[in-house]
Design a protein around this ligand. Sequence first.
Ligand code: F6P
Length: 342
Amino acid sequence: MSKRLGVLTGGGDSSAMNAAIRAIYLKAVSFGYTVIGIKDGWRGLVEGKVEELNRESVSGIIAEGGTILGTSRTNPFKIEGAVDKVKENIKKFKLDAIITIGGDDTNGVITKLTNEIDGVGIPQTIDNDIAHSDFAIGYDTALQVVTDCIDKLHTTADSHHRVMVVEVMGRDAGELALNAGIAGGADVILIPEVPYSYDDIIGVINERKKRGKNFTIIVVAEGAKPAGGQDQVVKSEKVDSFGHARLGGVGEIVANEIEKRTGYETRSTNLGHLQRGGRSTAFDRVVAIRLGIKAVELIEDGNYGMMAVMQNGKVTAVPLEMAINEDKPLNEELYEISKLLH
Ligand code: F6P
């Protein structure tokens, strides 16, 4: 049956979202659907901002970073009257089903609205922290960006005989920092899941010095914390509508502390939003396209309340509740590898 399918992108953007939107459009049209682009994440359904997509709207976007639909961190459950507005707009725009592309927050909203509209989620976040999916859209491109930056930092660290600290996004997950650090040959990788100790870090720097290595690269995830129960470092105490503080600044703190304790010249670089922009990698695009197509198939088959995910190279689906409410475990094997490589 022909459906009116809404699509929205929410939360922090990343590089391969447009490849997913394009694939969703093409697959949906092959089923005879009309595709409605919802603007700026959930804000579009609160404020009634939508636009019907056509062949032209998705033309030439496969490689472009960001999202043609726009994004926001809008949580209708935290704005008075917003959930009613969402319900009204679902009726007004005659949406039969919706696909939400985003992280825990964006997909968490559709999980709570399954009585109002049939929905399917797609994981999208450079943090790659969605349970039950090996990959989220945007992660592979960010991983390549961070790895390239670590490569660049190596040459300048080596030339100046410095300790270089590089701060990487990821919120409470160390997946991006861990994989990029391993790929980039970082000597120390600090992740939120394992509190760090300055003695251990300085031990690695000194051990390298003994071997004639006069530079050290330290990757620190923005959510990393020192042992001893201290909080994550935040840029501002203000929290967004999903309750998240803006993380940032731990790299500078770690660099200052290392310099203070050792006297070694230390610099820090925060990669910030560079990790979320630019053209996506081939792998990321293929992940985005496969997940997009799977999401439309789930809608066509009436398999609502599911999230399209990647597991062991295959595209499959798990209940949204499972993907949203469970934490993705740290890859212990990779963490062990990371400790070997300095
Ligand atoms: O969740 C994706 C992410 O990039 C996190 O890694 C980071 O902490 C956060 O978004 C930054 O969000 P914003 O762009 O809203 O400051």
